[in-house]
Design a binder for this molecule. Structure first.
Ligand SMILES: C[S@@+](CC[C@H](N)C(=O)[O-])C[C@H]1O[C@@H](n2cnc3c(N)ncnc32)[C@H](O)[C@@H]1O
Length: 410
C-alpha cells in the first residue's frame, strides 16, 4: 500500500477528555502541552515520575493508579499510549481504532493513528514540524528544524514580512549592558521589525549595524532640542515618528526603568494616545558587576544590594539619597553614574561609619570588548580613579562581595 503523507491539523482540546496511558518520561514531556491546551487529561498508570505525580497532586490532571483496562478510552477525543507494557499498548491501540479515537504511540509510530510534531512557539504562532511519512521519521531532524524556525523568528533573522503583525506605536526596549547577546529575544525581534530606532549611547550599539538600510537610526543624544529640554525633544521625536505610522523602537541601555527615564517616555506617549510596549532589559547594575566576577549578593556575605544613582554629590541639595543611612547598611552598594562624584561619595560613607577599608570595584564598559575592572577601597578610590583614569560608563560596587570571586569571569 502506498504511504500517504500525514495530514497536519491543530487539535482544540479545551475541556475535552484526553487519556494518557503510562506515567513515565514520555507522559512527563507531553503532559504540559496537553494541560496548556486546556484538555481534561486523565492518566492511567500504576506509577508515575515525581513531576507527573505533582501534576496529579495539584489537580492539573486526574489519575487512576492502575494498569490499562479495556474501556479506558471511552469518551476520549485523543489518546497518548506510552506504557512500558507492549501488550497493553497494542490492546489500547486496538481500542482506540475501534472507538475512532486518534492515538499517538510512543513505542510504534507506524501503528499510531497520529504523530506528535516537534513544536515551538513564537509570539502567537505555533510552529509544528512533522516528517512526511513514517519511513522518513527522524525526530532529531524535525526538532532541529523547529529550533531553527523558532529561533529565527524570535531573533529576527527569519523575517515573515507579509503576515507579520507589527507592534503598533513605540516599543521601549531595554537593550542590556552592551554585549549584543544580552538583549532579550523580544527586544531583538522588535528591533528587526522597526522602521525607526532611536538609540542611546549605552547599550548594544553593535546591533544597530545589523539593521537593514531602510531603517532610520537616530542617535538620541543628537536630536536637536531648541527651546525644549533634551528629554522632551526625544519624546517629541517618538511621537512624531509613531504618528507617521512607523514602528518605532526606543533602544535604551540596561533596563528602561532603572535610571533610564523610561516611564517619562511612556507617560508622554500615553498622553497623546500612542500605544507603548515596554520590554525589560538586563540592567548594568547587576550584570556589569557579574561580568567582572562580582556577585551582588553572596551567601554569608551580603543579604541585600542597593542600587543608587551617584549623578549628584551627597551634599548637593538636589540629592534624594540618604547617604548616612546607606553607610550603615551591611550589604552591597551599587552606584551608577558615580565616577565623577566617587570621592565625595566615599568620604560621606566613611564619615557616617562605613569602614575606610571597605572594598570597592569600578567596572568600566562592562560586557563589551573594552571592559576593565579597577579595585580600590573607600579610602583609596578617589585617587585610584584619577591615577587609573577610570571613565564613565562604569558601575561601582562597594562591599565585601568585591573580594569573593575570581577577578575575571567568562
Ligand atoms: C543613565 S544610567 C542607565 C542605566 C541603565 N538603564 C541600566 O539599567 O543599566 C547609565 C549608567 O549605567 C551604568 N552603565 C550602563 N551600562 C554600563 C556598562 N556597560 N558598563 C558600565 N556601566 C554601565 C553606568 O553607571 C552609566 O553611567
Amino acid at each position: 500500500m502506498a504511504e500517504h503523507p500525514a495530514y497536519p491539523v491543530g487539535l482544540r482540546l479545551t475541556g475535552r477528555r484526553v487519556v494518557v496511558l503510562g506515567g513515565g518520561q514520555v507522559a512527563q514531556r507531553r503532559l504540559p502541552a496537553l494541560i496548556a491546551a486546556g484538555a481534561k487529561v486523565h492518566l492511567v498508570s500504576p506509577e508515575a515520575t515525581p513531576s507527573v505525580e505533582a501534576m496529579a497532586d495539584t489537580g492539573e490532571i486526574t489519575w487512576s493508579r492502575r494498569r490499562y483496562e479495556d474501556g479506558d478510552l471511552a469518551e476520549a477525543w485523543y489518546a497518548l499510549i506510552a506504557t512500558s507494557d507492549a501488550a497493553a499498548n497494542v490492546a489500547a491501540s486496538a481500542e482506540a481504532e475501534r472507538l475512532r479515537v486518534w492515538c499517538v504511540r510512543s513505542d510504534d509510530a507506524d501503528a499510531a493513528t497520529a504523530w506528535t510534531p516537534a513544536t515551538g512557539h513564537s509570539e502567537g504562532v505555533t510552529v509544528a514540524v512533522l516528517t512526511t511519512n513514517a519511513k522518513g521519521r527522524d525526530p532529531r531532524h524535525t526538532a532541529a528544524i523547529r529550533d531553527a524556525v523558532v529561533e529565527g523568528l524570535r531573533d529576527g533573522t527569519l523575517v515573515a514580512p507579509h503576515h507579520r503583525v507589527r507592534t503598533p506605536g513605540v516599543a521601549l526596549v531595554g537593550g542590556g549592558p552592551g554585549d549584543p547577546d544580552l538583549i532579550t529575544v523580544r527586544g531583538r525581534r522588535l528591533l528587526a521589525e522597526a522602521d525607526v530606532v532611536i538609540a542611546d549611547r549605552l547599550g548594544p550599539r553593535d546591533l544597530l549595524a545589523e539593521l537593514p538600510p531602510h531603517v532610520e537610526v537616530i542617535d538620541a543624544a543628537k536630536i536637536p532640542y531648541g527651546r525644549f529640554m533634551a528629554q522632551e525633544a526625544i519624546n517629541n521625536a517618538l511621537i512624531e515618528h509613531a504618528r507617521q505610522g512607523k514602528s518605532v523602537v526606543r533602544l535604551k541601555g540596561g533596563d528602561p526603568f532603572v535610571f533610564g527615564r523610561g516611564m517619562e517616555e511612556a507617560q508622554a506617549l500615553a498622553e497623546v494616545g500612542i500605544p507603548c510596549t515596554v520590554v525589560p532589559g538586563i540592567s548594568s547594575s547587576i550584570s556589569v558587576p557579574g561580568a567582572a566576577g562580582i556577585p551582588v549578593t553572596h551567601r554569608g556575605v551580603a543579604h541585600e544590594f542597593t542600587v543608587v544613582s551617584g549623578h549628584v554629590a551627597p551634599d548637593d541639595e538636589r540629592s534624594l539619597v540618604d547617604w548616612p543611612a546607606l553607610a550603615k547598611l551591611r550589604g552591597t552598594l551599587v552606584i551608577l553614574m558615580g565616577v565623577d562624584k566617587i570621592g565625595k561619595i566615599a568620604d560621606t560613607l566613611v564619615a557616617h561609619g562605613k569602614p575606610a577599608g571597605t572594598p570597592v570595584a569600578l567596572v568600566q564598559e562592562g560586557t563589551t570588548a573594552a571592559q576593565r575592572r579597577v579595585d580600590a577601597t573607600l579610602a583609596t578610590v578617589a585617587e585610584t580613579v584619577r591615577a587609573q583614569d577610570v571613565k564613565p560608563p562604569a558601575v561601582i560596587v562597594i562591599g565585601a562581595v568585591v573580594d569573593v570571586g575570581p577577578q575575571t569571569f567568562e
